[in-house]
Structures are given as structure tokens and as C-alpha cells.
Design a protein around this ligand. Structure first.
Ligand code: KIV
Length: 273
């Protein structure tokens, strides 16, 4: 199915069915105006917990709360009609037990209207993924570099750099797929490992810094628009919005300071009538 002839909102089953087909387009969005634009093109709109760093200026995603995810998730679902909205479960909202994960996933789906949740982690999270899926919560997995684990990983480093690390990462992917996830984000792994995982599992792999072999790609929207100024090296920037915003703000300031603000003149003209 091409993006042109879509009418109804995509579901996790539609995404699952895209394994090996036309590459899936996924992007993050955190606000209604951006989500509206992403929704015109992408099959998946992710309300990523990267919003903690991108929108709130935090140093990591660790402090992100369920309340933040819920409010941004509501804005994004209101502004989208076509793409599957997936919402990240923030750190601390799902790791403690399967029951905690279900309670918080159900809350996010109820409050936001999103069609699925995403959670980070491989083998250790497989039982939780199965528990959620069996109870009606579609789950997208996330393996390789898992940013919520930055404090144990020691930084945002590529994963599987030595071949000895591959079996564990492959097992992570296989166990999350077997547990019933409908797709899997693979972050910051080299192409041969991404190929191995993509060939072995029956659900679409969505790569971020994991090469073009994946069944789809995702990027943080603000990174690829050139807005954040701190995008990872693997991100191709498709815009330079920070420069555009800076120019607009500077032009506006010049107009204000030289009393050449057309809006104001318009208001004065109206008053004179
Ligand atoms: O939080 C996020 O934006 C993500 C993507 C980068 C995959 O998890």
C-alpha cells in the first residue's frame, strides 16, 4: 500500500504485515503542528520519550514522566488521522513488573488514543511484552542502543561493535519478536548485525542508525530538521530550521526596533477609521 491511497488510520497489524515490503517511514512528533505534517507522509508517528531532551532540554530521557507522555500523546493523536501513533513508555513505568507495565500502558492508550506503546529492552522484557500483547496492548520493541539505560551503558554508544556481543543482541530481538511485538526498533548497530536481525525475525525492523537494510527507518524529527543542534552523527539533516527560525526572529527584532512592524501599522490604520 503506498502512502498516497491510504484513508483509514493504520493499525499495528498493518505495520506487522509490511515485513519485507516497501520500507516503512517513521518519525517522531511531540506537538500538534508537527504531527499534522508528519501524518501526511509517515506510516508511524512516534511520540518518543526523546521529547525530554528535544522539548524539555533534559540531559537524558530518564526523568521523563507518564504525565509528559500522556499530554504530548494527546496532542499528537488529535492532530493525526492516518499514521499509527506509537507512544513511548517512559523509564520507570514498566520495568518493575508485568502488572505495572500493563497498568501504565493501558493508561497511556486510554488517555491518548494512541494505537500502540513502545518499550525498551530485549530478553529481560520479553515476558512483559507477551503479557501486554495477550491483554490487548500492541507493543513495539526497541533493542541495540536503549537510551533509557544510558546510566548503565555509560553513554550513547553504538552497540554490537565486537562480534562477541552479537548473540545477545540477536537473542534480544528474537525474544521480543516471539513475545508478540508487532515491530522492533533497532538503534545504533552496524549493518551486518542489522541484516542478521532483519533476516531472522518475522516482524518489521525499524532502524535508527542501523543502516538501510531494516524494514523501515525512524529519526527524531527535530534532529533531521536541523533544529536540535546536537543530532547523532548518523542523522542526515534534511533542513536547517534553526537557521530559518534565527533569521525570522532577527528580522522581526529589526522591524520592531526600527518601528517598521507592519502588523502594528495595520492596527493603527483600523483605529483611525
Ligand atoms: O524516543 C525516541 O524518539 C525514540 C526513537 C529515537 C526511536 O525512541
Amino acid at each position: 500500500m503506498s502512502s498516497q491511497n491510504r484513508t483509514a488510520r493504520l493499525t499495528s497489524l498493518d505495520i506487522r504485515g509490511r515485513k519485507g515490503g516497501e520500507p516503512l517511514v517513521a518519525l517522531t512528533a511531540y506537538t500538534a503542528p508537527m504531527a499534522r505534517i508528519v501524518d501526511e507522509v509517515a506510516e508511524i508517528t512516534l511520540v518518543g520519550d526523546s521529547l525530554g531532551m528535544v522539548v524539555y532540554g533534559l540531559d537524558s530521557t530518564v526523568p521523563v514522566t507518564l504525565e509528559m507522555m500522556s499530554l504530548h500523546g494527546q496532542a499528537v493523536t488529535r492532530a493525526t488521522t492516518r499514521s499509527l501513533v506509537v507512544i513511548d513508555m517512559p523509564f520507570g513505568s514498566y520495568e518493575e513488573s508485568r502488572e505495572q507495565a500493563f497498568r501504565n500502558a493501558a493508561r497511556l492508550l486510554k488517555e491518548t488514543g494512541a494505537g500502540a506503546v513502545k518499550l525498551e529492552g530485549g530478553s529481560r522484557m520479553a515476558e512483559t511484552v507477551r503479557f501486554l500483547v495477550e491483554r490487548g496492548v500492541p507493543v513495539m520493541g526497541h533493542v541495540g542502543l536503549t537510551p533509557q539505560a544510558v546510566n548503565t551503558l555509560g553513554g550513547y554508544k553504538a552497540q554490537g561493535r565486537s562480534k562477541a556481543e552479537w548473540p545477545a543482541i540477536i537473542a534480544d530481538a528474537e525474544e521480543i519478536a516471539s513475545a508478540g511485538a508487532f515491530s522492533l526498533v533497532i538503534e545504533a548497530v552496524a549493518e551486518p548485525l542489522a541484516t542478521e536481525i532483519t533476516n531472522r525475525i518475522a516482524i518489521p525492523t525499524i532502524g535508527i542508525g542501523a543502516s538501510a537494510v531494516c524494514d523501515g527507518q525512524i529519526l527524531v524529527l527535530d534532529d533531521m530538521l536541523g533544529l536540535t543542534g546536537r543530532a547523532p552523527k548518523f542523522v542526515k539533516t534534511y533542513g536547517s530550521l534553526a537557521d530559518d527560525v534565527r533569521k525570522a526572529v532577527t528580522d522581526y527584532a529589526e522591524d520592531v526596533r526600527s518601528r517598521q512592524f507592519p502588523g502594528e501599522q495595520h492596527v493603527y490604520a483600523l483605529k483611525a477609521e
